[in-house]
Design a protein. Structure first.
Lengths: 112, 114
């Protein structure tokens, strides 16, 4: 019930393409769903987050799509750039204590 | 400081030794978290402090691990009798209570037990 399953494990996208990473959760008590970006040797940095009262949130080239009934959410990176090459993690938590349960990560490579 | 600071950035220790990892959170952040990240994995929750007290320590793997935050600011994660399986990156994060809820992470301490 505590797991967050993330796919794919790795992804290669051409520059200018759309990168899509998917996550699924089981615990219906989760009410906060962030995506983090991590570069080698650095800590994770919050990219974008969503709460279950909306189905989509867009910030610049990054969009989260959220499907509450399916218990799934995804990250879309439009016009992917080489600088987006990093590892991306989805996570979920109950906002009250903010203990994040993390996916296993997706290593994204954007080819120039 | 401007961000969450963790020291040391790298620590190599011999099996059986004791280590301390330090976290300086963003000034004014009342909540502080420790996570452990193994190679190729997502971070795994260890412990959460609200002020000086440990609000949730359910993620600590065993009694060799202990963390303190005596004045509600700096936190120290302490590992006794280290084992090779303790090798990982230990991440610290802090956030304000309320507001946007964003947690800010430090760069981590890479612990290697040889």
């Amino acid at each position: 019930q505590q797991q967050v399953k993330q796919s794919p494990q790795s992804l290669i996208v051409q520059k200018g393409g759309i990168s899509i990473i998917n996550c699924a959760y089981e615990n219906t008590a989760f009410d906060y769903f962030p995506w983090y970006q991590q570069f080698p040797g650095k800590g994770p940095a919050l990219l974008i987050a969503i709460r279950p009262d909306v189905s989509e949130k867009k910030e610049g080239r990054f969009t989260i799509s959220f499907n509450k009934s399916a218990k799934q959410f995804s990250l879309h990176i439009m016009d992917s750039q080489p600088g987006d090459s990093a590892t991306y993690f989805c996570a979920a938590s109950r906002d009250s204590n903010y203990q994040l349960i993390w996916g296993a990560g997706t290593k994204l490579i954007i080819k120039p | 400081g401007a961000g969450v600071s963790q020291t040391p950035s790298n620590k190599v220790t011999e099996k059986g030794k004791y280590v301390e990892l330090r976290c300086d959170p963003i000034s004014g952040h009342t909540a502080l978290y420790w996570y452990r990240q193994s190679l190729g994995q997502g971070p795994e929750f260890l412990i959460y402090f609200q002020g000086t007290g440990a609000a949730d320590d359910s993620g600590l793997p065993n009694d060799r691990f202990f963390a303190v935050r005596p004045e509600g600011s700096v936190s120290t994660l302490k590992i006794q009798r280290t084992e090779r399986g303790d090798s990982a990156v230990y991440l610290c994060a802090s956030r304000t209570t309320g507001g946007s809820g964003e947690a800010f992470f430090g760069q981590g301490t890479r612990l290697t037990v040889v």
